[in-house]
Design a protein around this ligand. Structure first.
Ligand SMILES: Nc1nc2c(ncn2[C@@H]2O[C@H](COP(=O)(O)OP(=O)(O)OP(=O)(O)O)[C@@H](O)[C@H]2O)c(=O)[nH]1
Ligand SMILES: [Mg+2]
Ligand SMILES: [Zn+2]
Length: 285
């Protein structure tokens, strides 16, 4: 038996990368019943010939995401476009909550900076840097920021996620032209309501590391998150929370709340706080 990693799943087959090369695999029936295999899963396979193999066992997962479906990643690069499609900060904040609740590190990539004034890029970047995130402004068109992004991927297993059309595949093609990922025309795509990237695929980076391109999402559900744990996914709240009068404090209706004071005094972004309240309400209903 050999150990490998599932790099893509297509048509009932799992393609597994091993030191001895890539194998097209199917699952032993027993495993099929136990769990849905994800890209990123580490598996034990027994080769049938030089191209085909059977997956005999799945090794324990470190973590997994449902949207996009992937396992065992170190970090998630969340891509948001500054324009075309227009910036949706609530969707970004929602996704940041989900990533952190799955115990993944989040890096924010603000793409298409060539389409908006530099001051606008700086404003958005500042909000998220102040909140504690690493932010990389990029343009897949001009190449700005690609080197920084490449550096952040080195030696890690990363997943690139974000709404459709923000430039996820374009960015990866800039990092490694050999990936030759299909890139979409946004107008045509939106009319048809479909995504250019159809499958999650784990790609091998030229240096050390792997990165997964994923299809875009349009909406995300926060189901499964406890409303009392939501505040921990807003890193900028954590510092101030010990000053709240009540413990625990939901930073909502409680008097003498340091987080609410932080919003009034400008330490915490109003938009981020509003999204926190929106999500809190969503998790109640
Ligand atoms: N102006 C500009 N256009 C970009 C940039 N990055 C990507 N695009 C364009 O945006 C469109 C969508 O790019 P994709 O790379 O297919 O986007 P995606 O996020 O992979 O989309 P899905 O696969 O549908 O999820 C294409 O027309 C790209 O040429 C950028 O930095 N600036
Ligand atoms: Mg794509
Ligand atoms: Zn509070």
């Amino acid at each position: 038996m050999q150990e490998g990693i599932v790099i893509r799943a297509v048509g009932g087959f799992y393609f597994v990368n091993t030191p001895a090369g890539e194998f097209r695999c199917y699952l032993r029936g027993r495993i099929k019943r136990e769990l849905a295999l994800l890209v990123g899963d580490r598996v034990m396979i027994s080769p049938v010939d030089r191209e085909n193999a059977v997956i005999e066992a799945v090794l324990p997962r470190q973590n997994s995401l449902i949207r996009p479906p992937i396992a065992n990643v170190d970090q998630c690069i969340v891509v948001a476009a500054l324009a075309n499609p227009s910036l949706n900060l609530k969707l970004l904040d929602r996704f940041l909550v989900l990533i952190q609740s799955a115990s993944l590190a989040a890096i924010i990539c603000l793409n298409k900076i060539d389409l908006v004034p530099a001051a606008q890029v700086a404003d958005i970047a500042a909000i998220y840097r102040r909140a504690g995130f690493t932010v990389v402004p990029t343009s897949a068109r001009t190449g700005t920021g690609i080197e920084t992004l490449t550096g952040l991927l080195e030696g890690k297993i990363s997943v690139v996620a974000g709404p459709s059309g923000v430039g996820k595949s374009s960015l990866l093609n800039q990092i490694q032209p050999g990936f030759a990922l299909q890139v979409g025309e946004i107008s045509r795509k939106l009319r048809r309501g479909r995504h250019t990237t159809r499958h999650v695929e784990l790609l091998t980076l030229p240096g050390k590391g792997r990165v997964a391109d994923t299809p875009g999402f349009t909406s995300l559900n926060l189901t499964g998150i406890d409303r009392r744990e939501l505040m921990y996914y807003f890193p900028e709240f954590i510092e101030l929370a010990p000053e709240c009068r009540y413990t625990p404090c939901l930073h909502w209706r409680e008097p003498d709340c340091a987080v609410k004071k932080g919003v009034q005094q400008g330490q915490i972004d109003k938009g981020r706080y509003k999204h926190y309240l929106d999500f809190l309400q969503e998790l109640e209903g």
